[in-house]
Write a protein that binds this ligand. Structure first.
Ligand code: ADP
Length: 546
């Protein structure tokens, strides 16, 4: 539209300029011709010739040699000034002919004068008036405005139609496969560029996706929780173990890490790591001990975020405390028989024991050392079970024979305590680690005899199904109080310490049973009623699966 307006203005100015100069030339020519005809007439007929001319289309002035106006067909001669100062008059006097032009006061008209010197020295002047450029512009202003408006509207409509025609195929471009678009040639370089960029973006996307998948694969298979946060504490990525540790089933990606735990120490740890310091602490989360290890992510000496690793250390800490407790218990249990032994030996060394009492003292020393031996054996046994590294030999074992062997070993003890032993069942085989099964059965039967009453009994019932073998050891003994039933499998736990003093034990028997049954992939259930005997039921799979 602007170009149109400019072209119109320049074109119009040029046309008007040319036409104006043409008209000007034309007029001058006509004035000179007219002046020549009139000069001829005046020379032939004198002043009367001029007076007889009726046509007043051009102004005719006849001037004497001294500039006095002799005749004018439009004005009163007597009122006219001397014309000797007029340019055209001076030129005519000098060269024979002369012309000049002058604008009106309003500049809207221009008068061209043509003066011709006659033979007698007088000057005949003819003048014509034409509109000035300004007047022409004034006259043309309205039609020009109309034309301009028309042009603007037309150019507006055309510009809109053309731009729509250009833009439409661009809008309909299939940017996924730009090279397949059939569109004007000028867009081909752009489409090729888009195609190249598309390929590049695709490659980068695939690479990023692959890396993300690898990252997800690694982190999702981690047992440890892994959280990546930015410097504003927003979670950028977290694996499912992390959500599980915080007991969250909702993924809070994009939320602040504080939504996981609002405890002061957690907040403090996050603040510390985001200040650029490596942080480690153990959090208490829903009864579990979670070790938090956080490292800052530093780029250009600025902390951009942090990587937080969460490890469930509940079991580790429990084991550590158990180990500490175990060592303390073992030392204490070892001390008691050793103190007795050393005491008896000291007395005997000092010669304070009569000869006839020596066997009795030696017997006590022997008994205590037997206890010591038993304790050491149990400790070794439980330590081996704890190690879990012992490679077991799995073999078909006759369960009936195992129970029979246990009774055989305990026969003397049972007889001494007046406890009757019974086995009820048939020969049956299962895949097991012989020593572990023997140990479990022996310990349970030993307890059943130890904690029995006079003239009581211990019965072993063996039953089997297609997959399982069940060993139930039932006694008629003192039973275990309800409140202790859950704890008897703990290490060194003994019911009713005063009563236990009479019946000696290490407090390790049932925990060995629990471990052994666990290693054999079986289960153990205890049913007991105080004063009414105890029943311990063990179940094992017949076939061992790795
Ligand atoms: P201990 O060496 O003292 O026998 P155990 O671990 O074998 O250690 O047993 C733990 C405790 O459980 C025993 O001190 C005893 O009080 C109780 N207990 C185990 N078996 C029986 C049972 N058959 N009848 C009654 N009490 C039992």
């Amino acid at each position: 539209m602007f170009v149109c307006a400019l072209v119109l203005a320049v074109g119009l100015a040029a046309v008007m300029g040319i036409l104006y100069s043409n008209f000007d030339g034309q007029m001058r020519k006509e004035l000179s011709k007219e002046a020549a005809y009139l000069a001829y007439g005046v020379e032939q007929q004198g002043l009367n010739y001029l007076k007889n001319i009726k046509d007043k289309s051009a102004r005719i002035t006849y001037i004497d040699q001294d500039g006095t106006v002799l005749f004018d067909n439009e004005a009163d001669v007597s009122e006219m000034k001397n014309h000797s100062d007029r340019t055209e008059f001076q030129k005519a006097e000098k060269y024979g002919a002369g012309e000049s032009s002058r604008y009106s006061d309003t500049l809207s008209e221009k008068t061209i004068y043509y003066a011709l010197r006659l033979k007698d020295g007088t000057v005949l002047r003819v003048s014509g008036t034409q509109d000035s450029v300004l007047a022409l512009v004034e006259n043309l202003i309205f039609p020009l405005c109309g034309l301009l408006c028309l042009m603007l509207i037309l150019s507006g409509i055309m510009a809109s139609a053309i731009s729509k025609r250009i833009v439409k195929p661009i809008n309909e471009l299939d940017l996924e496969s730009p090279e397949e678009n059939r569109i004007y040639e000028e867009l081909s370089p752009l489409l090729s560029k888009i195609h190249r960029q598309n390929r590049e973006i695709q490659n980068q996307l695939e690479l990023a996706k692959q890396q993300q998948e690898e990252f997800a694969l690694i982190t999702e298979n981690m047992q440890e929780g892994l959280i990546v946060i930015d410097k504003y504490t927003m979670i950028l990525s977290a694996n499912s173990s992390a959500w599980n540790l915080f007991h969250m089933d909702r993924v809070c990606q994009g939320e602040s890490v504080y939504c996981l735990d609002r405890e002061e120490e957690f907040r403090h740890a996050i603040e510390q790591v985001l200040s650029g310091e490596h942080t480690e602490l153990v959090l208490k989360l829903n009864g579990s001990d979670i070790q938090l290890i956080a490292n800052p992510v530093i780029r250009d000496k600025k902390t951009e975020g942090a990587v937080v690793l969460l490890v469930n250390v509940t079991e580790k800490l429990e084991r550590e405390s158990l180990r500490r407790e175990f060592s303390a218990n073992v030392s204490h249990e070892l001390k008691t028989p050793l103190t007795s032994i050393s005491g008896f030996a000291e007395i005997m060394q000092g010669g304070l024991v009569k000869c006839e009492d020596i066997p009795q003292f030696a017997g006590r020393i022997y008994k205590e050392s037997q206890r010591l031996l038993q304790l050491v054996e149990d400790v070794i046994q439980i330590s081996q079970l704890d190690e879990e590294k012992t490679s077991y030999t799995w073999e078909p074992v006759d369960v009936y024979q195992v129970c029979k062997n246990a009774f055989e070993s305990l026969k003397e003890k049972a007889k001494r305590l007046n406890v009757h032993l019974y086995i009820c069942g048939e020969y049956m085989k299962m895949e097991a680690v012989r020593t572990l099964l023997e140990e479990a059965v022996y310990n349970i039967c030993d307890n059943a005899i130890k904690y029995n009453r006079n003239d009581g009994s211990v019965s072993v019932f063996l039953t089997q199904t297609a997959q399982e073998i069940q060993i139930v050891v039932k006694d008629t003994g003192v039973g275990i109080p309800k409140e202790d039933q859950d704890r008897v499998f703990e290490r060194f736990y003994r019911v009713d310490k005063s009563h236990s003093k009479e019946i000696w034990g290490t407090g390790l028997g049932l925990s060995i049973v629990k471990h052994a049954v666990g290693a054999l992939k079986g289960s153990v259930i205890l049913r007991s009623e105080e004063g009414n005997g105890t029943e311990i039921c063990m179940k094992f799979p017949k076939v061992h699966k790795e």
